[in-house]
Design a protein. Sequence first.
Lengths: 329, 315, 295
Amino acid sequence: MAQQTLLSVENLTVQFRGDAGWVNAVEGVDFAVRAGECLGIVGESGSGKSVSALSILKLHGRANTRYASGTIRYGGHDLLTVSQRRLRQVRGGEIAMIFQDPMSSLNPVLSIADQIMEPLRQHQGLSARAARRRAVELLEMVRISDASRRIDDYPHRLSGGMRQRVMIAIAVACRPKLLIADEPTTALDVTIQSQILELLRELQREIGMSVILITHDLGVVAEFAQRVVVMYAGRVVESAAVPALFERPVHPYTEGLIRAVPDPDADVSRLATIPGNIPDPSTPIAGCRFNPRCSEAVKSCRTEPPALADAGAGHFARCPPRIAAGRTA
Amino acid sequence: MFRTISVRLMQSIPVLLLVAVLSFILMHLLPGDPAVVIAGADATPAAVERIRRELGLDQSIWRQLLSWFLNLAQGKFGSSLMLNQTVLSAVGERLPVTLSLAALSLAIPLPIGIALGILAAYFRSSWIDAGVMAIALIGVSAPSFWIAIVSVILFSVKLGWVPSAGYAPLLTAGPGAWFASLIQPAMVLSLFQIGFLARMTRSAMLDVLEQDFIRTARAKGVSEWRTVGKHGFRNALVAVVTVSGIIVSLLIGGSVVVEQVFALPGIGRLVVQGIMARDYPLIQGTMLLFGFAFVLINVAVDIVYTLVDPRVRYD
Amino acid sequence: MTDVGLVAPSTQILAERRRFRVLRKLAAHRSFKIGLVLVTVLALCAIIGPMLTGTDPTAMSIRYRFKPPSARFPFGSDQYGRDILTRVLYGGRLSLGIGFSVALLSGVFGAMIGILAGYFRALDPYVMRLMDALMAFPAILLAIGIGAALGAQASSIVVALSVAYVPRTARIVRASVLVIREMEYLQAARVSGAGDAHIIVKHVLPNCLGPLIVQLTFIFAYAILAEATLSFLGIGPPPPAPSWGNIIAEGRDYSVEAWWVMLFPGLAVSLAALGMNLLGDGLRDVLDPRLKIET
């Protein structure tokens, strides 16, 4: 467990421009990823997990987004304040990212070759010929058959799974230290999903990179991640090592999420859902943001915004009543 | 490539035929009797009758249409009544003027309009965007003949920089005089094109810059310049190429007006003269040539389109 | 039956809410507001302006030839001593009237042809090839030809420009019809036995209105410019009745000495086209779902 911290996000608040001024998309987010590990970030859509991930490389549109507070510590610097030049070195060179929808993430009018060669030429200064040779190797590495021919195709000729493989090839082209995978399999067929995740795991081992795996699927986290961060309504509500989280979830929301994962051995009728919906970020909720959906909410939950507190052994949660009670499910 | 071109040419045949029929019908819908116009107001009925027979106007409309097509098949586009020459040679003589004007009026606005559109989109909602869009709006809103007159007063009469009218041929008068005679009309024409292109490019770029693959390019560490110029513009180009047919059409229409104001002896001026003189065969022939040119330009545009957008193929 | 009773009002409420949202977005759209003000002011000037000046736009006076702008002739006077302001106000009636009529005619015929071609697919190839062929002639040339044939008068300009713009309108309407006819609610209506006429009026037409209105706004702008151009070329409403185009045409020969004769009608044309373009930009941002809203 003596791994070094590679990147840490501290007290990150990101705001989007709404109809009535700036709205917090995520607020006071903290998490860290260690060298070589896979960190899962879990939450429903709108929980802020993608917003946090995109902030690491400052990939939000400038006009409508504001990084209101926080630091993203990486290599002794804050990525939110480093020079544009340095940021570009990090992007694709040291920290790479793949996205949810491989259909729209590749440029439709540029060839696969062009798109894979770009980071190689940019960051490693390879010649066109060397970059092309390396690009073919990368395509083979992500198991695209007939790579030397496929490389001159355009994205529309590839299936969704193949495109995500191409995206992965682009991402690992420069052997990054960290790969951020933002729901990499959500848009794909179930059968393809496990292949892609398996590929990611192999590449992680081979390159020795860290992975931040963003997903709404706790099952995926259980299988691939070592540690996990649970987000709800723009905040981190719980973070822990994977076994600890599944054995002793502290936050009622985490508990609900775990209960909602279908267990192949269990009776289907016991599959639970969490009542209610994720709140709209433009209408603030006093106290704990989960309180309207929480069956155990007490008076202080409706007034006091809870802090993320230590529940012991590196297990943090944002639920004072349960931590105080020392109670775990 | 050869396949694409031939497929697209085959597809344009019905439209070409319709264009030929339409230019025939247009002239025959016109009230008034060409024979009377040609013979003059005080010609004897016998003289009018003779001319009518010479032109084949005494035959049924179907016979006339048939002979129109038979003539076209032999490359005969008819002869002008007022010029005593064939339509083809009249157009051929004036083609260099119109082509010179068109070439300049594409060369100036294409880079300027597109660059302004990209700038406005990239700096969306800033003062740059507002400024560019204001210029573009003025460009598409001010009538070109009026701009031409104002421009002549300013640059020819007051400042004396360029001639106010007339054309200096490239070969006989030299490139300097040629350029001087065309730059003002070309600038006047360009103003509208710049406005049109800037508005088009901006809205295409706004669309493209929101796409996921732009984010991918940034995530790869590609510079802003390349992200916008290569990843963004290559996609916006598809939209710009799509409207280039309209640009050419506007250019042809605009050149008719500008040739008139600057007394440039081009095809546009020829047509206007023909219409005023009721030179029916000339109008018919030139309209047909314009129509053909436009259809073929659109074929060319479609072919360029397949080069710019790999998703489109005529198979 | 109870289902229908429950569903019908809710969709109606939704439609009403959407209409309200469109209006609110338009009210917040800057260029739409500027355009609306410009067009309204110009239209009011054209409609009631002539009544206020009390001068005859064709009244000549040798004594007042080429007077520069002054209190008596705010826009100056021309070679016949006519008041340019009065002529520009009267000209606005004609020019804006022509622009409006062209937009209306191309809208009606363009929508009819576009819906026929898009809805009855058997007609489509024939109708659209014909439209393509018509579009092969540059709009302004087609208008010059037709205008010259029908004679120099306002109505022939309206016909000529409408013929030129109908194909462009038909194309846009057809494109939206093609999208709409594949929608599930339309299939549902057809399955439940609704006739073609009912489906067209009730479902197809309302859904092409957005793009159609946007297109017509721009056609209005083009038509104002084209009318001025045609009048300038001598194929417009004949003098002495003023239109913006023929005032400029008459002022052209004296443009150096009496710049005001052509300056003010030119500004009027530009402002009118500018106003319609701004209106069109606003409408497109709000009504055309493909493009994002900007403020």
